[in-house]
Design a protein around this ligand. Structure first.
Ligand code: AFP
Length: 301
């Protein structure tokens, strides 16, 4: 069965990118072990004023250390760190953006959480998502899976008991489907978001939402539909972040035949102003994203 290493070689990734991806993917092993000893909340807040779970800081510190020591990464931007880090001794020019532990509030309830990563060439993290050379996420569920694109379709691997990622699904296509998940409380939704959700509910769309973006997206990738974290009244940029959450997942969605938008613009085309900027996110099957765009355009007309 094809391993991650075989796949990266056959996809034409150079040695530096192959080593970097494998290094990141293997962090799933210590991360899985750390869950049991890092259940609680840390006494720290991140740049957004959100309380950090012990696993947020543990995974962040672990991956940061490994990337710095690798000499493969020139810049790193993490959702958990205020500043962009520069590793001036790096021998390669890769730049990495990451949400080291997405959905961390769910660890105590043993629901699936994940690590989201985007990789750029050229040494800079502040680039539109479309410039990513690779995007991936590890999902810590009943299995540990790695969903990855290097710009040549989407592949899913599962970590076996020997620490090797083995191919689970090749050339993944996101079907059209009728699952939906949306963040935000209904009274806080904007009119266009409320209209969109009402429309698809009337047509039989079924709610599936755990509160772990990476797990909720994976369900959409497999079964089709849409994940939304919309603009909210008083929070026009929503909750999720362009660089760490929208761009890597958006790149994977597009490579699987889906799409991502803020309702008006493809998020992969947005030039980031700051590392931590937030954005409304709609990501999912092509037809669903088309419906979102129509709904927003109708409201503007
Ligand atoms: P945490 O990482 O703090 O648990 O936040 C999770 C998250 O950023 C994302 O994974 C979810 O989709 C979203 O927040 C859920 O937010 P709501 O609790 O507002 O639905």
């Amino acid at each position: 069965m094809t391993t991650l290493h075989d796949y990266l070689e056959s996809a034409g990734c150079d040695e530096g990118l192959t080593t970097l991806i494998e290094l990141i993917a293997l962090q799933a092993v210590p991360i899985r072990e750390a869950f049991i000893t890092h259940q609680s909340y840390a006494s720290t807040e991140n740049v957004y004023g959100e309380q950090q779970a012990a696993m947020d800081t543990w995974a962040d510190e672990r991956i940061t250390m490994v990337l710095e020591e690798s000499g493969l990464v020139r810049e790193l931007s993490s959702e958990e760190q205020d500043e962009i880090r520069t590793f001036s001794d790096a021998k390669y020019d890769y730049a990495v953006v990451m949400d080291p532990m997405d959905g961390s509030s769910l660890i105590q309830t043993n629901l699936a959480v994940g690590t989201i990563v985007g990789i750029y060439d050229g040494g800079k993290v502040l680039q539109p998502g479309r410039h990513q050379v690779a995007a991936l996420y590890m999902l810590y569920g009943p299995m540990t899976t790695l969903t990855i694109t290097v710009g040549k379709g989407v592949y899913i691997f599962a970590l076996d008991h020997t620490g090797v990622y083995r191919l689970l699904e090749a050339e993944v296509r996101m079907p059209e489907g009728n699952l939906y998940g949306t963040g935000g409380a209904r009274p806080d939704w904007t009119d266009e978001h409320a209209e969109f959700i009402t429309e698809i509910e009337k047509e039989g769309a079924k709610l599936r939402y755990t509160g772990s973006y990476v797990a909720d997206f994976h369900q959409i990738l497999k079964y089709g539909g849409i994940y939304c974290y919309p603009a909210l009244k008083g929070k026009p940029d929503g909750k999720l972040r362009l660089m760490y959450e929208a761009n890597p997942i958006g790149f994977i969605a597009e490579q699987a035949g889906g799409a991502i938008t803020n309702g008006r613009q493809n998020l992969l085309d947005v030039e980031p102003g700051t590392a931590h900027q937030r954005t409304p996110i709609y990501v999912g099957s092509m037809n669903m994203i088309g419906r979102v765009r129509e709904c927003f355009a109708r409201r503007e007309a």
